[in-house]
Design a protein around this ligand. Structure first.
Ligand code: HEM
Ligand SMILES: *[C@@H]1O[C@H](CO)[C@@H](O)[C@H](O)[C@H]1NC(C)=O
Ligand SMILES: *[C@@H]1O[C@H](CO)[C@@H](O)[C@H](O)[C@H]1NC(C)=O
Ligand SMILES: *[C@@H]1O[C@H](CO)[C@@H](O)[C@H](O)[C@H]1NC(C)=O
Length: 297
């Protein structure tokens, strides 16, 4: 017997799901969880083509502050300072749909499915509805009883790219268009035609919250066009374009690989999402299953 099978066997004996995440966590407690989430998001997506982008971003901001524990969903309350008042929240949205998913689940399996798991499940379902990959969503996260506003400063300022769909506000990239070097010049890595288009939608002195597509080629589709855009100097955020334009960076080969192979991008993306979803989760008897994602029980 290999080490792997011994560990696997012991894990199975004691129920591998109790101390770590697993895909079948709700198999007996809420067997229909995926189709319930799917129904709500499919409906909501009909009137909001950007829903997938909104929800996966909420999941990312949840996982990068105190781990994937639903903390980002908490509203201000006694003893709770919402994480969404931090500058990097930059207009997180889609929370109304998370509320609707929670309501649907509470009516079928009350007190069972965590808000943190809702974000992980809804992200996967929406990415695949938008044309992206599927992956095996790990489940069993529990929700925090605290928020960590100060921890939002840990949201990284480098970038690894789910920016194949969704939008960014003018204020997040304006300096690239008008005054990148402090002398009134634009970022030299922006394609000249793209620069003109962006300037029309993001004037120098107004329109902070006007949004532009992160992927101007296929704005709502989850695909590898984003990487081809970078090769053509059409990345919207500085942190995106740097992946390709920083000479000598390891990321240049990654961009070229993903631009050349959507399959390679999809496989890697699915693996990354599973890793991201594993960041410091609460399991077992830690935390709680919130009844309302916006407040602790
Ligand atoms: C790691 C560094 C990252 C940085 C610096 C970054 C930065 C940004 C910024 C500035 C925006 C625009 C926000 C706005 O103006 O409303 C944005 C949007 C977005 N980000 Fe990121 N991001 C990062 C990582 C990620 C990751 C890991 C994901 C997903 C797994 C992600 C998914 C998205 C999506 C989908 C949008 C569009 C949201 C919408 O349409 O409302 N980002 N990001
Ligand atoms: C599971 O949910 C779907 C969609 O809401 C529904 O069509 C189906 O009947 C449900 N199945 C069970 C066993 O509840
Ligand atoms: C994000 O923070 C800003 C203040 O920085 C606040 O006005 C906005 O309502 C917050 N967004 C959400 C979704 O809570
Ligand atoms: C737009 O954003 C800039 C940079 O954050 C800020 O200095 C300015 O006050 C904002 N303008 C408005 C009208 O909110």
């Amino acid at each position: 017997m290999s080490w792997f099978s011994i560990v696997f066997f012991i894990g199975a004996m004691f129920g591998a799901c109790t101390a770590q995440l697993c895909p079948t966590f709700y198999a007996t407690s809420c067997p229909n969880v995926s189709s319930i989430v799917r129904d709500v998001v499919r409906q909501a997506r009909q009137s909001d083509a950007r829903l997938g982008a909104k929800i996966i971003r909420v999941h990312f901001h949840d996982c990068f502050v105190n781990g994937c524990d639903g903390s980002v969903l908490l509203d201000d309350a006694d003893g709770i300072q919402t994480e969404r008042s931090a500058i990097p929240n930059q207009s997180l949205s889609g929370l109304d749909v998370v509320d609707n998913i929670k309501t649907a689940l509470e009516s079928v399996c009350p007190g069972v499915v965590s808000c943190a798991d809702i974000l992980a499940l809804a992200s996967e379902i929406l990415v695949s509805l938008d044309g992206g990959p599927t992956w095996e969503v790990q489940l069993g996260r529990r929700d925090s009883r605290t928020a960590n506003l100060a921890g939002t400063s840990a949201i990284p300022l480098a970038n690894d790219g789910a920016h194949t769909f969704g939008k960014a506000q003018c204020v997040t990239f304006r300096n690239r268009l008008y005054n990148f070097d402090g002398n009134g010049n634009p970022d030299p890595t922006i394609d000249a035609t793209y620069l003109q288009t962006l300037r029309q939608n993001c004037p120098q002195n107004s329109g902070n919250s006007t949004r532009s597509d992160l992927d101007p080629t296929t704005p709502n589709g989850f695909d590898n066009n984003y990487f081809m855009n970078l090769q053509n100097n059409r990345g919207l955020l500085q942190s995106d374009q740097e992946l390709f334009s920083t000479s000598g960076a390891d990321t240049v080969a990654i961009v070229n690989g993903f631009a050349g192979s959507q399959t390679q991008f999809f496989d890697t993306f699915g693996d990354s999402m599973i890793k991201m979803g594993n960041i410091r989760t609460l399991t077992g008897t830690n935390g709680e299953i919130r009844i309302n994602c916006r407040r602790i029980n």
